[in-house]
Write a protein that binds this ligand. Structure first.
Ligand code: B12
Length: 141
């Protein structure tokens, strides 16, 4: 994993057939301002694109955006695929509009945590909240 004394490296992208790019750009900018090295693989990224980028850059975390509502389907098997690729311990974060319509957030969060994500965020979360949690979580690791 990345040099803990230097910048933390995060891979950021939008998973699946998903064109929503505005939140991705905002997150990237906010993370860079806070001193993270951001490897932004952009929209239309597959799980394998994320995992390859994590390996190539020795990333500390994968930040997966999913805005269309297909998150649950697209994210299935993500942790297992990380394990298979040899980066099973990587910090996995997901956020955006993860499910279609309005669903009870606690239930949605539980499902993503059960899938192996370390953190899952509801629609409209502030980048500041995500960054504060990331700093806390990566320091622990
Ligand atoms: C603009 C827009 C589009 C544009 C996108 C242009 C572009 N290149 O970005 C266009 C017109 C292309 C589009 C298309 C579609 N869209 Co649209 N779109 C929107 C809209 C109006 C705004 C999105 C936006 O930019 N928001 C501003 C940014 C700043 O907010 P954000 O993306 O939510 O990001 C914030 C957080 O979610 C979070 N975040 C974002 N990324 C990440 C990543 C991580 C790791 C974390 C932790 C947090 C995080 O941080 C950001 C800051 O707070 C939303 C409705 C809305 N008001 O949100 C619908 C919306 C996202 N779209 C929707 C849909 C359904 C579609 C289509 C499927 C419609 C269709 N039937 O064709 C297509 C999908 C096309 C595709 N393959 O992607 C739905 C999704 C439904 C759901 N999930 O329940 C929404 C919510 C509209 C709705 N109410 O139904 N869309």
């Amino acid at each position: 994993m990345g040099d803990r004394k230097g910048k933390m490296t995060v891979v950021l992208g939008v998973l699946g057939v998903d064109a929503h790019v505005v939140g991705n750009k905002i997150m990237a900018h906010a993370l860079e301002i806070e001193g993270f090295k951001v490897v932004n693989i952009g929209t239309f990224s597959s799980q394998q694109d994320f995992i390859r980028a994590a390996i190539e850059t020795a990333a500390d975390a994968l930040l997966v955006g999913s805005l269309c509502g297909h998150g649950e389907m697209e994210c299935r098997g993500f942790r297992e695929n990380c394990i298979e690729a040899g980066v099973g311990e990587i910090h996995l974060v997901v956020g955006g509009n993860l499910v279609v319509g309005k669903q009870n957030w606690e239930e949605v969060e539980k499902r993503f945590l059960q899938m192996g994500f370390n953190r899952a965020y509801p629609p409209g979360v502030s980048p500041q909240q995500v960054i504060a949690d990331l700093k806390k979580d990566l320091q622990k690791g």
